[in-house]
Design a protein. Structure first.
Length: 408
């Protein structure tokens, strides 16, 4: 559904509204939707053919926000209990009572009540697009239709666990250099605002000409002291508007995703991670019995990169006209040779899901190695960067003292 996809793209923006209404068959339906206002919710529901009865802004519930990891853990618990023969409703009740986050407990209880009233599990999930995307709901629906829900939930749990693990590895690779840059900026700001002015008073009393590096650092310090509010304010607002534009503007997202793939060292890591997500998602969808063309509809967005999403749309159009998947992938001029070879072997042998899964395993291992190599590479680079920055400031401020010592 268009509304579901839009809500998923918006993520955590706006407010959560609980709604109730009647569908085209006159059946009472309810759910929740994240939107900017009640008017947006009402318009979205009308487009789905739902006659709106009431819309209520959800009150604040204690606890942390529900994360992707929370949903992955819930999926694993639900799959384990259903494999053990525990009925679906009882499984939901057990998981809900065991959850430590009140928001997750409420979400699971709402889904359980919907299922208890006769709604299918996939339909109950679709009412909460903030937490259950189209891929998740499609797999659950395929499991219900084929009577293998516990098997599909197990597959979905494995997929989510690997996706969360991959995301955490990317975050860990990026967190270290970003944290160091932030600390370096704060340290330099403290030196410029509080330390350099003390040196300036001492040097002024000398009445001698100062070296150019010292004059430059002192001038920079004067700027920091006079305009520290402007520096910190501009930097904070600039970063805020940059990330907001990145999150909300589709054009900006495409530009940044293309740029990220071209950045030295980091670009290779992002590319391998996108390939791993793409192949893992398609493997999971295809193994669940979802037709290839329909499966490709969810794969592009799951890759987490607009470049791959555009390539997937092109592949989907070609596959829908009868082109083989491997040939369509080759035409996209994006995927590594190894992935296309694995895909070709899978198509010929009728084991496409297995071969794509192997490709995903390979590139997940490649991401592991890339993260380890990046950490080893960044440490000496950061040491040199910080040494040059802080050491340069210290040396420039001690140059006048060295000259005085030579004169004496």
């Amino acid at each position: 559904m268009a509304t579901t996809k839009a809500a998923a793209k918006r993520g955590e923006t706006g407010h959560v509204f609980e709604w109730e209404g009647k569908d085209r068959n006159g059946k009472t339906v309810r759910g929740e939707l994240r939107a900017a206002s009640e008017a947006v919710v009402s318009a979205s529901l009308r487009r789905q053919g739902i006659t709106v009865g009431k819309i209520k802004k959800q009150g604040k519930i204690g606890g942390k926000s529900i994360t992707v990891k929370d949903i992955a853990v819930f999926t694993r618990q639900l799959a384990t209990m259903m494999r053990a023969g525990v009925p679906l409703l009882q499984s939901f009740d057990i998981v809900a009572r065991g959850a430590t986050n009140p928001r997750l407990t409420k979400l699971l209880n709402d889904i359980r009540l919907d299922v208890e009233s006769g709604t299918s599990l996939s339909t109950a999930f679709r009412k909460h697009p903030i937490y259950f995307d189209a891929l998740y709901c499609n797999l659950v629906e395929a499991g219900e239709a084929a009577g293998i829900l516990e098997s599909l939930l197990d597959r979905l749990a494995i997929y989510q666990e690997k996706t969360v693990a991959l995301r955490n590895k990317i975050k860990s690779a990026l967190t270290y250099p970003i944290a160091v840059m932030v600390v370096a900026f704060v340290v330099v700001a403290v030196i410029m605002i509080f330390v350099i002015p003390a040196f300036k008073e001492v040097f002024t009393s000398f009445g001698a000409d100062l070296p150019a590096p010292t004059l430059f650092v002192m001038g920079l310090s004067e700027f920091f002291v006079a305009y520290w509010w402007l520096i910190f304010g501009s930097l904070g607002l600039g970063l805020y508007f940059f990330f907001q534009t990145w999150k909300r503007s589709e054009k900006m997202q495409k530009t940044m995703d293309r740029l990220l793939l071209k950045i030295p060292v980091f670009g290779d890591l992002m590319f391998k991670a996108a390939v791993a997500r793409w192949t893992r998602t398609l493997s999971t969808m295809f193994a669940a019995g979802v037709p290839l063309v329909e499966a490709l509809d969810s794969v592009g967005g799951a890759s987490g990169n607009a470049v791959f999403a555009e390539a997937t749309e092109k592949i989907q159009r070609e596959v829908s006209t009868g082109t083989a998947l491997t040939a369509a992938m080759q035409g996209a001029n994006l995927f590594p040779v190894m992935v296309m070879q694995m895909s070709a072997i899978g198509e010929e042998s009728g084991s496409l899901d297995h071969m794509l899964g192997k490709a995903a395993d390979f590139y997940e291992d490649e991401v592991d190695e890339a993260v380890a190599a990046l950490s080893s590479l960044m440490e000496p680079f950061i040491i040199v960067f910080l040494g040059t920055l802080i050491g340069g400031i210290v040396v420039s401020m001690y140059l006048p003292i060295f000259k005085m010592g030579q004169v004496v």
